[in-house]
Design a protein around this ligand. Structure first.
Ligand code: FMN
Length: 180
């Protein structure tokens, strides 16, 4: 399977570490993986023009905004499993990840049937962040494949947490098993 991980944190922090770790474990099982760090890309806000919406379900998948999202569309369509990672901001997903989600307006019907797993990190509580990811999966008719959450504040505080590593391995095994 091809597994695409997306980190929606603006810093080289815990979300990024966890998404990368999950992909590493999946790569050990022979899957091809790729991580996309939204913080490094130029992805503008959806401008609401709805030009991508023409054709409804049969839309051509063309967003008029020419930025780094154009390279991501085919990667999303080709992936078997997508992992979305977010820091928790005000009990919700990050604006960076939400902005990315909004820009999938052009192609979201093409995500139908794919599996979606979530990563979320908060200092004190995950709030609605995992629910936000599940809502996206539901709207896109994707299959929710599970999540790993962690509590941490400083960048990379999660690295070296053995119990967390075990939970990441458990999710990887679940994703691996779902191949059959
Ligand atoms: C703007 C902002 C809002 C935050 N809101 C929350 C929150 O509502 N609840 C919480 O527990 N932590 C909150 N945090 C803390 C982050 O979730 C925490 O530092 C987390 O480790 C960030 O993940 P990252 O290292 O992947 O960026 C917030 C941090 C920022 C910068």
């Amino acid at each position: 399977m091809h597994i695409l991980g997306i980190s929606g944190s603006p810093r080289k922090g815990n979300t990024e570490w966890m998404v990368a770790r999950l992909l590493d474990v999946l790569a050990e099982s022979g899957h091809s993986t790729e991580i996309i760090l939204l913080r490094k890309l130029n992805i503008r806000n959806c401008n609401g023009c709805l030009a991508c919406d023409i054709g409804g379900k049969d839309r051509k998948g063309v967003c008029k905004i020419r930025d780094d999202m154009q390279d991501i569309y085919p990667k999303l369509i080709e992936a078997d499993i997508i992992i979305l990672g977010t820091p928790v901001y005000f009990d919700m997903l990050s604006g960076m990840l939400k902005n990315f989600m909004d820009r999938t307006c052009a192609i979201w019907p093409k995500l139908e049937g794919k599996k979606l797993a979530g990563i979320a990190v908060a200092e004190e509580g995950i709030g609605k962040a995992v629910d936000n990811l599940k809502t996206y999966a539901n709207i896109c008719s994707m299959e929710w494949a599970g999540q790993v959450t962690a509590l941490a504040k400083l960048p990379r505080a999660v690295a070296g947490d053995a119990a967390l590593n075990a939970r990441i391995r458990k999710l990887a095994k679940k994703l691996d098993d779902q191949r059959y």
